[in-house]
Ligand binder design. Structure first.
Ligand code: GLN
Length: 485
């Protein structure tokens, strides 16, 4: 069961081969054993988890059924969970017990899923390596001297090492897809507005989107069906009918047109990543797909545009952490302003402060037009590039990350080097498109490589179909690190 996918676990629960309590106990034991070395979880609470599992078993005994009833899940610590510590990876919220559930959390609760704990992450989801967490870095289970990616690195490491069958993540500039790639998982960032942001601690509101991280496209489809849906508490939640994202999984791929952006296949991608991506494309051709070159001429501007827009929104969102209502408050201070200053200076880490400073700067009088407005115009151009490209293809493919997982400290000294780790993922967020990453082989040092699949708005079911068909003929997604065995 430790290695099993959600479908298998769900079937075992339905056939009464295992109970939700037994499952939860199994995974809690695994967390106890491996988390000290991986640091994937910030919080676990055996009593709360077992109470949820017991409730799921009781619901089943009363005749209730459902694919998620009794399934253990972990949540990125950015999702508010009632009665649980919700830290967002920050000292600022190190003592914050949420009084309410995020929409995503309440959806899973209603479906009977069992919360195993809260996963480590980069502070306020700012980072690509999990090194900015106040609670220490997460280790990549494939090689503990390397990063798991970020910012959903705790979720990724937890799933890869089988501490949980699946987890939630959030993706503002690649934080589901990049750690999924670096840890050998399947992860999906939905179209902006498909998953409610209510109770998901805000980083950059126009880019943030929650999504599933799991071992396969099949599992992601099941989870997304549970997470998505209109929520009036998020003003950008889309009023769309509920969808069954598993509905197209088994469609054949003959005739699928795959767009390959020439900008993604130029310099910048490591040779080992290129070899794995090329081999995956060959596999797709065997499945009946054709490839066509497309162009995203403004994609080179996505990193600079993102690093204006995301910090601008973050500087505004993070102004609520003032030491007054909740979170860290300095122990010693003078007047009110001094309390704000000392609490913020002491509660935020270096990367968060850097982003707040950049954001405040680009929004200030005189610079707004020069930076923020320009970045918004580039954002529109990038979205238009994708619309043009999708006239020639059904999905776009390329690498998720330019390299396999790197060593701790390798990019820490130079923030720009770290920002470039998201060069292939960020444009997708700027355009609000759905994107996913699936394992497609191994590169240098036997580390996993991710293939990115990008679709038009609302093409999640199609993308999951494209991913699933590949996973039927390959077994990269079934490989587990030794620690996961
Ligand atoms: N690595 C990017 C950043 O630091 C993306 C983070 C994210 O998607 N949350 O902003």
């Amino acid at each position: 069961m430790i290695q099993a996918g959600l479908k298998e676990i769900s079937a075992a629960l339905a056939e009464k081969k295992i109970s939700a309590i037994e499952l939860a106990t199994l995974f809690l034991g695994r967390i106890e054993q491996l988390n000290p070395s991986l640091n994937a979880f910030i919080t676990t609470d055996r009593d709360k988890t077992l109470a949820m599992a017991r409730a799921a078993d009781e619901r089943r005994a009363k005749g209730e059924r459902g694919p998620l009833l009794g399934i253990p899940l972990a949540h990125k610590d950015i999702f508010c969970t009632e009665g649980w510590l919700t830290t967002c990876g920050s000292k600022m919220l190190a003592n914050f017990v949420s009084p309410y559930d995020a929409h995503v959390v309440s959806q899973f609760k209603a479906a009977g899923a069992v919360t195993l704990g809260k996963c480590n992450m980069d502070e306020f989801a700012m980072g690509s390596s999990n090194e900015t967490s106040h609670f220490g870095p997460v280790k990549n289970p494939w090689d503990t001297s390397r990063v798991p990616g970020g910012s959903s690195g705790g979720s990724a490491a937890a799933v890869a090492a089988c501490l949980t069958p699946a987890a939630t993540g959030t993706d503002t500039g690649g934080s589901i897809r990049q750690p999924a790639a670096l840890c050998g998982l399947t992860g999906l960032k939905p179209t902006y507005g498909v998953v409610s942001r209510y109770g998901m601690i805000a980083f950059a509101s126009s880019l943030d989107q929650g999504g599933p991280m799991a071992k396969s496209a099949e599992d992601c489809a099941l989870l997304l069906s549970g997470m998505a849906g209109f929520d009036e508490r998020d003003s950008t939640s889309l009023q769309r009918k509920a969808e069954d994202y598993s509905r197209d999984l088994n469609k054949p791929l003959a005739g699928l047109r795959i767009g390959l952006p020439k900008e993604f296949f130029g310099a910048g991608m490591d040779d080992d990543v290129r070899a794995a991506v090329d081999a995956a494309l060959d596999e797709y051709r065997k499945l009946g797909a054709t490839t066509v070159e497309v162009s995203l001429p403004n994609s080179g501007l996505s990193v600079p545009a993102y690093y204006v827009i995301a910090p601008a929104e973050a500087s505004s969102n993070l102004s609520r952490f003032d030491g007054v209502r909740y979170g860290h408050r300095a122990a010693v201070y003078g007047d009110l302003v001094d309390m704000y200053c000392k609490s913020r200076a002491g509660g935020f880490g270096e990367e968060v402060k850097r982003r707040i400073l950049i954001g405040t700067y680009v929004l200030s009088h005189g610079y707004y037009d020069a930076y923020y407005l320009q970045a918004q115009k580039i954002r529109r151009l990038i979205a238009t590039d994708f619309s043009e490209a999708f006239k020639k293809c059904d999905v776009i493919m390329g690498p998720t990350s330019p390299s396999v997982a790197f060593a701790f400290g390798a990019k820490g000294a130079d923030p720009v080097q770290m920002y470039l780790a998201d060069i292939y993922t960020i444009a997708v967020n700027l355009a609000g498109l759905p994107g996913m990453s699936i394992p497609c082989g191994f590169g240098n040092a036997d580390m996993p490589v991710g293939l990115q699949i990008i679709g038009p708005w609302f093409a999640e079911a199609k993308m999951l179909n494209v991913a699933h068909q590949y996973q039927l003929v390959t077994d990269w997604h079934r490989r587990r690190p030794e620690r996961g065995a």
